[in-house]
Ligand binder design. Sequence first.
Ligand code: PRP
Length: 202
Amino acid sequence: MRIGITKGRLSKATERYLKEAGVETWGAIERELIVKRGEHEFVFMKGSDLIPYVAQGVLDVAITGSDILLESDQELSELTELPFGVCRMSVCAKEPLQFEGGRRVRIATKYPVIAKRYFSELGVDVDIVPLNGSVELAPLLGLADAIVDIVETGETLRANGLNEYEKIIDISARFFTSEWTLKRKRVEVIQLLEQLTEGVTR
Ligand code: PRP
């Protein structure tokens, strides 16, 4: 199988989990982006980039956070939830948001789809400011009133004087594929799914 792996903080937890499930993993690598081990080929990239690769069937399966899947507009098949990469997406700011007073509230985020949906379900109109990283800067520097972002330990918020006001959703890692791949490689996908869900003793 050609397996997409999310670079960054999720990759260590993913490797640990795969190892426990009996999958031969990549080990010490430096800058390689494609690594073949045993019967699998691991491809490393940003979580959001995994989506088109899996949707097009270029990668057979991948592991990333549920935040990435929720944000995507592609039809993908989530195979299972995995017990790592646990965090949450929350609304964070210096002080509680005030929706009255005429001025529209500005929300900076790496997740415009999730943020828009959340505030429209609340029935409030907000302006979304899409950013790509270090979104905590936006309320600190006055670009936005609040952020919608991932909170794991809460340390980044604490270090920057921000507070978590509302949890939008719990997040964890997901193993996913596409309908296209499920049709063509069903046996292999299911085999790996079983290995990942049954092979790990918890
Ligand atoms: C994520 C998130 C927060 C931080 C939260 O950013 O956007 O900044 O982690 O983690 P904590 O609650 O444990 O402090 P990431 O490290 O992925 O980097 P980025 O801001 O460059 O996207």
